[in-house]
Ligand binder design. Sequence first.
Ligand code: C2E
Ligand code: MG
Ligand code: MG
Length: 309
Amino acid sequence: SPSIGISIFPEDGATAEHLIKNADIAMYQAKAGGRDQYRYFTSEMNTLAQRRLTLEHRLRQGLAEGEFLLHYQPEVDLATGRITAVEALVRWNYRGEGEISPAEFIPAAEETGLILPLGEWVLAEACRQIRRWRDAGHASLSVAVNLSGRQFRQKDLAQRIRGILAESGLGADALELEITESSVMENPDRAAVILRELRAAGIDVATDDFGTGYSSLAYLKRFPIGKLKIDRSFVRDITTDKDDAAIVGAIIAMTENLGLRVVAEGVETAEQLAFLRAHGCGYGQGYYFSRPLPAEALDRLLAVDQGRF
Ligand code: C2E
Ligand code: MG
Ligand code: MG
């Protein structure tokens, strides 16, 4: 699956150095287009490349300056009302000016490859935090970390994660990974190998945003995945739209039959919660329980709220 960038003398540059630089920009576009293709250099690419460079520079600086932080959102066992896990969600406090949403910078981090050091930091920080919570008495609390496609494709992923867990003195039961359907489907054969390695290391993997991809059912059977997170877009209207209600009801029934755990994302109201409980949904996450919060704020929720929801 090569990516090839092409620049032509003399239109695209008068020196070898310039030609190679522009070919590199074109190659980058080929990669961004999904690999296995070629692109000729165009001058518009230059503007795009400039913008990417600026963002890349800022991301790099942000990493060096420690501008990233994690918020945590509880996942609640709907049968007991207890918080069983938290999802780590990254935030960027750019130059201390306020938080930038991951929706804005994760794609750029992914494009530039900076997702690898950033993702590694997220994993390590989430593990350090769960260690603190476990030491404070929340002995079975675990943390879910989102993995980007690029991280998921790393050859030595399972090994790296084992190393990170060991550094915090944690077993594999402390960590769960969330991946999207599209990062699995980009290369299903390779994904199957990686997922088996993770499973062998005892690390549970959840499918995030379930229902928004296109491949859902086939790979649930084929891949060792322990958990499904039903995308917020289906949960939103379960009490008003009978199609969404039917879809969510069916997903819950299906996961039960397949022996998977199921989490409803984006639970915002008591009515949605009642629907999910009535249909036997195992877990819920959403503003109804709590927004994503800094660790200290979650401390309080963990201390007083066990069993409240
Ligand atoms: P996600 O993994 O599906 O995370 C859930 C998103 O839904 C979070 O947005 C969360 O704040 C939001 N949310 C939770 N409950 C509710 C609710 O009741 N209502 C509404 N309207 N929204 C709710 P956030 O934090 O902005 O993250 C967006 C996405 O960015 C995440 O979606 C995830 O795909 C990605 N992301 C976040 N952190 C990381 C990270 O460390 N690494 C990677 N690769 N991706 C990350
Ligand atoms: Mg997630
Ligand atoms: Mg999600």
